[in-house]
Write a protein that binds this ligand. Structure first.
Ligand code: ATP
Ligand code: MG
Length: 289
């Protein structure tokens, strides 16, 4: 057994590890030491942790390419693995989705204001900087979005909602479970063509997801067939930095309503009857209990 692979997540950052005589692998181009050991407990995903999670300080992260570039973030695929360890043993190797909030001056943070209302930044200096859109303010906002999405994924995982498991967050990078087959990301609901029975099953899963959130007083806030992946018949919701508290956010009910309209419009176009107003009323009832 590799000595380094027995180090657990309480081990310090392996600063000197590379120089140890028995250390064979060092990060090469497109690689880095696993960033897991450098995270603090609140930056790590919730318990119980999945068995595939790689927490060894000997693990190396390898960049496998960009899955998608977006307005506010780019999604990269990385492999976190212990060199020379059997990849099929849980905890030795895993594919992760790295969502990196953009550092470009041109990032589009127009949606910030409505979602953050009622959420509250802790430091007034940050509030002012974000409001003014200074470069410091934009940096705060990027980190805020990464942590906001991580917090939302954590909360939803704890509620039992179907979302990727949040592995860790650090600065502007969120690492989460990669939903896909091999290195290919699962299709979005918008791309899925399904028979009536399968469609009904997918619809029920989306309804379950919305109910689970509503019963915790939450709404996705940007729900659409583009932010729902379908993986082996299972619907997984993604893109959650803007999850809103329906009651405390002044726009909460409007955002919940928009989620209902987006979801129902798509299912109705697939010939599955869905009345957005009925759904909205039902969810408002759940939120208000
Ligand atoms: N955990 C994941 N596993 C697999 N694929 C993912 C995952 N998260 C995101 N993706 C893919 O990356 C795309 C972009 O992710 P996401 O929607 O979170 O980012 P975004 O920057 O808000 O993009 P957009 O502006 O297109 O909504 C998704 O549509 C999906 O195809
Ligand atoms: Mg998206």
């Amino acid at each position: 057994m590799n000595f380094l692979s027995s180090l657990d997540d309480t081990s310090p950052v392996p600063l000197g590890a590379a120089s140890l005589a028995f250390q064979t692998a060092e990060p090469g181009e497109g690689q880095r030491w696993s960033t897991w050991p450098a995270t603090i407990p609140t930056e790590r995903g919730p318990e119980p942790r999945p068995d595939w999670l790689v927490t060894s300080a000997a693990a190396i992260d390898t960049e496998l390419g960009v899955v998608k570039t977006g307005k506010e973030a780019d999604l990269h695929l990385i492999e976190r693995a212990i060199p020379d360890a059997a990849a099929d043993v849980p905890g030795n190797a895993a594919l992760l989705a790295a969502k990196r909030y953009r550092t470009s001056e041109h990032s589009d943070f127009h949606r910030s204001a409505i979602y953050t209302e009622g959420r509250g930044l802790r430091r007034t200096r940050d509030v002012r900087a974000v409001a003014k859109g200074t470069s410091f303010g934009r940096a705060v906002a990027r980190v805020q979005w990464a942590y906001a999405e991580f917090d939302a994924l954590t909360r939803l995982t704890q509620l039992g909602a179907s979302v990727p498991y949040p592995v860790q967050v650090q600065d502007t990078e969120l690492l989460m479970e990669f939903i896909g087959d091999g290195r290919v990301a699962a299709p979005r609901l918008a791309q899925v063509r399904a028979d009536a029975a399968t469609l009904r099953e997918l619809f029920h899963q989306v309804m379950d997801f919305m109910h689970t959130l509503a019963s915790a007083g939450l709404a996705h806030g940007d729900l659409s067939p583009y932010n729902l992946l379908v993986h082996h018949g299972r619907v997984v919701a993604i893109d959650l930095p803007q999850v809103v508290d329906v009651i405390s956010n002044p726009q909460g009910f409007d955002l919940l309503h928009r989620d209902c309209v987006n979801v129902c419009d798509w299912f109705t176009r697939q010939r599955l009857e869905c009345d957005p107003e009925e759904l909205f009323a039902e969810l408002v009832g759940v939120v208000s209990v």
